[in-house]
Design a protein around this ligand. Sequence first.
Ligand SMILES: Cc1cc2nc3c(=O)[nH]c(=O)nc-3n(C[C@H](O)[C@H](O)[C@H](O)COP(=O)(O)O)c2cc1C
Length: 202
Amino acid sequence: MRIDLDPAACGRDTFYRLLTATVVPRPIAWISTTSPDGTDNLAPHSFFTIACVAPPIVQFTSVGRKDSLNNVEETGEFVVNLAPEPLVEQVNATATDFPRGVGEFDAVGVAREPSLRVKPPRVAASPVALECVLHSTVRLGDSTVVFGRVVHAAVQESVLSDGHPEITRLAPLSRLGKDEWGTVGEVREIARIRYADWPEGS
Ligand SMILES: Cc1cc2nc3c(=O)[nH]c(=O)nc-3n(C[C@H](O)[C@H](O)[C@H](O)COP(=O)(O)O)c2cc1C
């Protein structure tokens, strides 16, 4: 037995809660930007994924107009910092609705380091930072999808194993429904099956 839900009848907030509790776990892009007057801004965005492989393009969605979106549109640059488990309190604190002009790096006390190719700084303690230039934006209803071309990736050596990021060293946080956060649980490895190897008759 299932419950049927019509988005038009549910209302925006009810359906939003259903979607965010259903599309889980979501990786968190901890987005750093710099305003035109030089304020360094930092905010988590869990509507985040890879949009294109070549060229490398990532995307995040701003629900409504926020400082991160304004800064990206006005300066054309941002950094996606991976949000690691030990920093969960700081990541959460940077989602506080500080007024524009208050930079979360300073307000929360997050250590930064200069980026190589863009003006917004990286989060110093984040294991991976993707420096991006704005590719394009798409307005969808109350939200704006931001596409950024990755022009540089900075990876902490300590998270690499055989030159490849290792999941338990990255320890990425994820966003679940409500105020829930996820951490990496059991990791399984299963090889993709090629059709040539598909068991006949099964
Ligand atoms: C884990 C987490 C994920 C979030 N994901 C998003 C998101 O994908 N899009 C969004 O617009 N806001 C998201 N938020 C809320 C923003 O981080 C929050 O509105 C923040 O104040 C925006 O900051 P800004 O105005 O400096 O850009 C999220 C908050 C948390 C705690």
